[in-house]
Design a protein around this ligand. Structure first.
Ligand SMILES: *Cc1c(COP(=O)(O)O)cnc(C)c1O
Length: 409
């Protein structure tokens, strides 16, 4: 039997659909964010990164790097096992306390990634609720979809951010049926925000539990970086908040925060928690340092919003098709997988600008885009250079420009 044919034909299928992915070999340079070295086929080159989810550059913050090095030097590298086998190390306990405090919750529980926290968190919570009906937003992240799938209970999808549709489904389910509403706060491909207050109103009115993924908002929104729920004053009304330490906090790991009994039950029943090694102490200390810093420092948040607004304004004024976004995400519409990839390649090879193409299945076919994420460290000159490079690429690829607009200064 020729097993390799199965893999080759699977890969050929991706090539045919123009969705075969190639990753650039990059090396970030601590202290010079967003500059990095690209190990290109033709040798090393300096590039500017415009698509990192280390949104605030915290992955290179001296306090965060310092905490990681200090802890690794003091206690070593790995955690030494699952928490059920090897116990819990102290930096992890401190991090969970920090996260519970960040979200104003009784407790939090750490997982090895945000993906795992959704997958095992949602499935475990729903499995512990008899006859649970999950109401899930149509644009939820794959990790939530997998959590819902693994829960094995009935689920219904409500149209994206459509509270009228959600209400219909809640009414249809009836008052006695246990219901879990699962959604994100900030959707990272379009940069739009869920109407959390209205969702909480509905949850309270119809007796549903709420589970909200704040992965793209923690650290960046709210006076202490608690996320959109903190910004909107509804954090206390949401039962379970889920977040990552890998994006604005610049490290690795995921978590849920909520009432003590929910967290304790997930700790006790979730396979994705029980059977995998805990995060290393150094990562936990680094994440704690990032969270603590962002609880009191608003500079990064304000500058981040300022840079995103400026990038949108400059690109829009240049006639580039910036998609509407209420947040720090700057999506640029391409609408074709081939040209999206070519635009990305040209930006990297000819302009030293790194922006990954976003193609299906990450976004719907026909809505392929470049997803730009300005950080506090993208200076005016870099934004101008980005606009110039994009205009040249747009022209070369024959992509449509919009009518010139007055620069919004
Ligand atoms: C990135 C992402 C996750 C997964 O978080 P990781 O820590 O990267 O595993 C979960 N939810 C959403 C919406 C995400 O974009």
């Amino acid at each position: 039997m020729d097993y390799s044919q199965f893999f080759n034909s699977a890969l050929a299928h991706l090539h045919d659909e123009r969705r075969y992915r190639v990753f650039a070999d990059l090396e970030r340079i601590a202290g010079r964010f967003p500059h990095a070295t690209w190990h290109s086929p033709k040798g090393q080159r300096n590039v500017v990164i415009w698509c990192s989810n280390d949104y605030l550059g915290m992955g290179q913050h001296p306090k965060v790097v310092g905490a990681m090095v200090e802890t690794a030097t003091r206690v070593g590298t790995g955690a030494g096992g699952t928490r059920n086998i090897a116990g819990t190390h102290h930096p992890l306990v401190q991090l969970e306390a920090e996260l519970a405090d960040l979200h104003g919750k009784q407790a939090s529980l750490l997982f090895t990634s945000g993906y795992v926290s959704n997958q095992t968190g949602i499935s475990t919570i729903a499995k512990l609720i008899p006859n649970c009906l999950i109401l899930s937003d149509a644009l939820n992240h794959n990790s939530m979809i997998e959590g819902v799938r693994q829960a094995g209970c009935e689920r219904q999808i409500f149209r994206h951010n459509d509270v009228a549709h959600l209400e219909e489904l809640l009414i249809a389910a009836g008052p006695d049926r246990p219901k879990l509403i699962a959604c994100e706060s900030l959707y990272s491909m379009d940069g739009d925000v869920a109407p959390l207050a209205e969702i909480c109103d509905l949850a309270e009115k119809y007796g549903a539990m709420t589970y909200v993924d704040e992965v793209h908002a923690v650290g960046m929104y709210g006076p202490r970086g608690g996320g959109i729920a903190e910004r909107d004053g509804v954090m206390h009304r949401i039962d379970v908040l889920e977040g990552t330490l890998a994006k604005a906090f610049g490290c690795l790991g995921g978590y849920i925060a909520g009432n003590a009994e929910i967290i304790d039950a997930v700790r006790s029943y979730a396979p994705g928690f029980i059977f995998t090694t805990a995060l290393p102490p150094a990562i936990c200390s680094a994440a704690t340092a990032a969270i603590r810093h962002l609880k009191t420092s608003s500079w990064e948040r304000e500058r981040h919003q300022d840079r995103a607004a400026r990038t949108k304004a400059i690109l829009t004024a240049a006639g580039l098709p910036v998609m509407s976004s209420e947040t720090h995400i700057v999506p640029l519409f391409v609408g074709d997988p081939e040209r999206c990839k070519r635009a990305s390649d040209m930006l990297l090879e000819e302009h030293g600008i790194y922006i990954q193409p976003i193609n299906y299945p990450t976004v719907a076919k026909g809505s392929e885009r470049l997803r730009i994420t300005p950080s506090p460290y993208h200076e005016d000159g870099l934004i101008d250079a980005l606009a110039d490079a994009l205009l040249q690429v747009w022209e070369r690829l024959g992509l449509p420009l919009q009518k010139k607009q007055q620069a919004a200064e």
